[in-house]
Write a protein that binds this ligand. Structure first.
Ligand SMILES: [Fe+2]
Length: 302
């Protein structure tokens, strides 16, 4: 049986400017910063000791995505099943403490992105999550949020996540997210959240297209949007409401050059009654694409 994965538990991001990320994530978006002794940092949005791990490095891209399973037996079952299907699965137990989990395995998708599956995430109820801006995030059984991965061979990626990892297809959007560039984006779920993963063949060099977190209040989205605007943060897409998961969101550009989606009001899917849908628009309204800012020109002779 497939379908061991229950939620997106955490992501690791390799970022070149930790200080800029701290300002962006904490002062603008309301996430909580927790320093680590090794110079990395955790971002928290709930009881989990870590949800977003920031590792200093030049890539400015996804380092790994961590997928949660129920227990030790399920993790063993997943590892065995993937190996039977020909996937190279690494026993990553030596890194379990670092990831703040009890049990850990690691494997790669067909495009080379690193994925981890784990059980037993550390909960820090003794040091409760406190947003520096009073923001509350929707997590629980729906996990951290969602990620969108770039792909060159989308059919191979769809097979991997659906047939091998047991993700369920929610819908497709066939549209021009960026004017003049038609594409089909496909949305996959592993719990009630409409999608924890989407696959998008977009012409960008990074593996991650965006990372989404969801707030408990529409006002938190509005407040964050104004704080980002005040800080001069570029919006890759303006405020809008997505056609498929109903998420009301905006897309501030992270200091690493990929997008963050900051949303509220996402659709919860009922597996029994859901059927696969198709859309020809990314959004019911809004989400207007904004060209990225040009880097400042260096004066000749300067
Ligand atoms: Fe999204």
């Amino acid at each position: 049986m497939s379908g061991e994965i229950q939620a997106l538990g955490y992501v690791g991001l390799e970022v070149s400017d930790l200080a800029a990320w701290r300002s962006f994530a904490c002062d603008q978006l309301g996430l909580q910063w927790a320093d680590r002794a090794d110079g990395t940092a955790d971002l928290r949005i709930d009881d989990y000791a870590t949800r977003i791990r920031l590792i200093e490095g030049p890539r400015d891209d996804l380092a790994y995505a961590g997928w949660e399973v129920r227990d030790a037996a399920t993790l063993v079952h997943l590892a065995d099943r993937l190996r039977t299907l020909g996937v190279a699965v690494e026993n990553a137990q030596p890194d379990a403490h670092d990831r703040r989990v009890h049990g850990l395995i690691r494997f790669r998708d067909p495009e080379g992105s690193v994925h981890e599956a784990f059980y037993g995430p550390l909960q820090k109820t003794n040091i409760p999550f406190v947003s520096p801006l009073g923001t509350a995030f929707k997590t629980g059984r729906q996990g951290l949020g969602h990620i969108v991965l770039n792909c060159r061979d989308k059919p191979a990626m769809m097979d991997f996540f659906q047939d091998m990892l047991g993700f369920r297809l929610s819908d497709h959007i066939r549209t021009e997210v960026v004017p003049g560039r038609p594409m089909e984006i496909s949305f996959l779920r592993c719990n009630g959240r409409h999608h924890s993963l989407a696959l998008a063949p977009v012409p960008v060099p990074k593996k991650i297209v965006h990372l989404m977190v969801e707030t408990m209040s529409i006002d938190d989205v509005g407040r964050a949007m104004h704080r980002c605007a005040d800080a001069g943060t570029h919006f890759s897409f303006t405020l809008g409401r997505h056609s498929n998961d109903n998420m009301l969101s905006f897309y501030p550009l992270t200091p690493s050059g990929f997008d963050f989606e900051y949303g509220w009001g996402g659709l919860e899917v009922d597996d029994e009654s859901w059927h696969v849908l198709t859309h020809d628009s990314n959004s019911a309204w809004g989400h207007i694409y904004q060209r990225p800012p040009r880097p400042a020109k260096v004066e000749e002779g300067a």
